[in-house]
Design a protein around this ligand. Structure first.
Ligand SMILES: [Zn+2]
Length: 595
């Protein structure tokens, strides 16, 4: 089924059943209508949630203030069909893939991208997680072909995304790289476009996508958080630079204007936080990085749909010319669809700002799940089941990722122990450090829906904890560099740590930090196996490739030398879960905190 056929079929069905009344033709059919309606249906941060997400990830506060179950591809499809009309363009704001459940991740997210194609998605901004497996892999997802290492999925050769991925602020570091960015503007005056781009970098992705609706072109500008290099593994994006979102949007906006596109929508994978418990339609966003973009991009841009912060909000902000501009986001994991209705003046081809009405719809599960998508998800569930349900170890109690006052969590400590165990031999690791944000879920002692006995951990459960397929690495740091890494856990340093992130240490590494001490002298008393660490000695430190690349603002890791690459983090974890069973939750006593 082709990209838009799903919505078209849905519409045809609705018309046949009398559910939709098509607008009557104007009395004088030769006279063009003054305005044409356009409806956007937007998703963000889907993160491969083909199956209904569980726990708090599967609940949402609705318009009435009630917390309801939400999300799941088959429910997204039902709601999309109900909301779509003949004027609809479906769009998305990134992180559709990456950090996904095993059902999607085991096949490099091809199932999720195929689902989104079936849904009728036409254009999506890239998010930071679209770069999780590197730029080359993102290109493969966009264009098709089998995975270079793992080969074709059970569905056969990957045909490529049925929608356009756009990212105007993703440029090549090397300006001479070949690009299809100009071709993406299709049929435009290439000399003018080249001139507009002079002095600008060479785009690594199509910056914009133009969709025609009712005879008017709508330009979609893709943007991804400029913080992407700090939150994805550096190796896969080493040829790319992520420039200021506002500057890139303004260049793209000019390009669109050059080719006569004045109805302009930004799809940006950056957003703001909200006060919890609010209606998804409330504007409780606390002005941050998203608001900066929404208020500062060119006044020609009419609408800013955002993502990344996984929050739901519908705001009206002021553009630089003082005009009202929509700024919204639709939660995450397929729990919310943002509907934007607007009218485009057919003569000026610009959006009438006053006509814009936006509404966040919660993807409830009280509707009938779409049968086609249910069957599609079940097919992938069946394919992955033998992998997901395999028992990999046993535990004596819940092992949680909840931080103790020291910042350690039992599960974080267990993972650090697993990482040290997996890197001692090949990489000569002496200690391991794990980023807390990478411990994505807790391990539950209770039996899972798969029905295995109490205390059994399945591969699927382990994968939910460690879903990134990061590579384990070992680097040599001096004792002084190791101390700098630990200082970089705290805010206030030159690395601009956004909030305190305590690395989870392996059991043989202990130290003390003093909360009240100034940045740079908080950490003391570092010991490996009880022996004090000196500034000048070397230490082989195991960490995932995200941290080793300087991720999460741990820039001092980049000073590491003699990099050794070992197994995947999930493999290290699964190996460790199979040893010394049953495993008790590790104590959180490796770090001592003093006032
Ligand atoms: Zn993101």
């Amino acid at each position: 089924m082709t990209s838009r056929s799903f919505l078209r079929l849905a519409l045809a069905g609705a018309v046949a059943s009398g559910a939709v009344t098509l607008a009557a033709l104007p009395a004088d059919a030769s006279r063009p209508p003054r305005t044409v309606p356009v409806r956007l249906l937007a998703l963000n941060d889907f993160h491969g949630n083909l199956e209904p997400p569980t726990g708090s990830s599967g609940r949402m506060v609705d318009e009435h203030g009630d917390t309801v179950d939400a999300g799941g591809a088959a429910y997204v499809a039902t709601h999309m069909k109900a909301l779509a009309d003949e004027n609809t363009i479906a769009v998305a704001q990134g992180d559709l893939i990456g950090a996904t459940p095993l059902i999607s991740a085991a096949y490099h997210d091809e199932p999720s991208v195929e689902f989104l194609g079936k849904l009728g998605l036409e254009v999506a901004a890239v998010g930071n997680h679209e770069f999780d497996e590197g730029y080359a892999e993102l290109r493969r997802i966009m264009k098709g072909g089998c995975h270079p290492v793992d080969g074709c999925s059970p569905a056969g050769e990957w045909k490529g995304a049925k929608f356009d991925y756009v990212g105007a602020n993703v440029l090549f570091k090397n300006r001479h790289e070949k690009t299809d960015a100009l071709a993406a503007l299709g049929g435009s005056d290439s000399a003018k476009v080249k001139q507009a781009l002079s002095g600008w970098g060479v785009p690594a992705l199509p910056p914009v996508s133009i969709k025609w609706m009712n005879g008017v072109p709508i330009g979609f500008i893709g943007l991804v958080t400029q913080t992407t290099p700090g939150i994805v593994s550096s190796e896969g994006i080493k040829d790319l630079t992520f420039v200021d979102e506002v500057k890139a949007a303004n260049v793209a906006s000019k390009l669109l204007r050059l080719v006569g596109v004045k109805a302009q929508v930004v799809l940006v994978h950056e957003g703001d936080q909200v006060n919890q418990g609010q209606s998804p339609d409330a504007c409780s966003a606390v002005p941050g990085a998203g608001n900066r973009i929404a208020t500062q991009v060119d006044p020609e841009i009419d609408v800013v749909l955002s993502g990344h912060s996984h929050q739901a909000y519908v705001c009206t902000v002021k553009d630089p010319a003082g005009g009202d501009r929509l700024f919204s986001q639709g939660g995450s994991f397929g729990r919310v669809i943002t509907q934007v209705d607007m009218k485009v003046n057919a003569r000026t081809r610009d959006i009438d700002r006053a006509s814009i009405v936006a509404d966040n719809h919660v993807v409830t599960r009280t509707v009938t799940a779409d049968p086609e998508i249910s069957a599609f998800v079940q097919t992938w569930k069946d394919r992955v089941a033998p992998v997901a349900n395999k028992a990999v170890g046993t535990i004596t109690a819940d092992i949680t990722n909840t931080a103790a006052p020291s910042g350690e969590s039992p599960l974080g400590n267990l993972i650090a122990d697993a990482q040290l165990a997996a890197t001692r031999t090949g990489g000569n690791a002496q200690i391991a450090l794990m980023n807390p944000g990478g411990v994505r879920a807790s391990l539950s002692h209770a039996s899972s829906p798969a029905g295995e006995g109490d205390g059994v951990v399945t591969y699927g459960e382990a994968f939910t904890v460690q879903p990134f397929n990061n590579l384990m690495q070992v680097v040599t740091l001096t004792g002084a560099q190791l101390k700098t890494v630990l200082e970089q856990q705290f805010t206030g340093g030159p690395n601009n740590q956004a909030f305190t992130k305590i690395l989870q240490p392996s059991a043989n590494f202990t130290y003390t930090y003093t909360d009240s001490a100034p940045w740079g002298s908080k950490v003391s008393d570092m010991k490996i196996d009880g022996t004090p660490v000196t500034d000048t000695q070397t230490v082989r430190v195991a960490a995932n490739n995200f941290l080793v690349g300087g991720g999460d603002a741990f820039l001092a890791f980049r000073d590491g030398t003699d990099v050794w690459s070992g197994p995947l983090d999930i493999d290290a974890f699964v190996d460790h879960l199979g040893k010394d069973n049953p495993i008790a939750p590790p104590a959180t006593d490796r770090i001592t905190v003093t006032g």
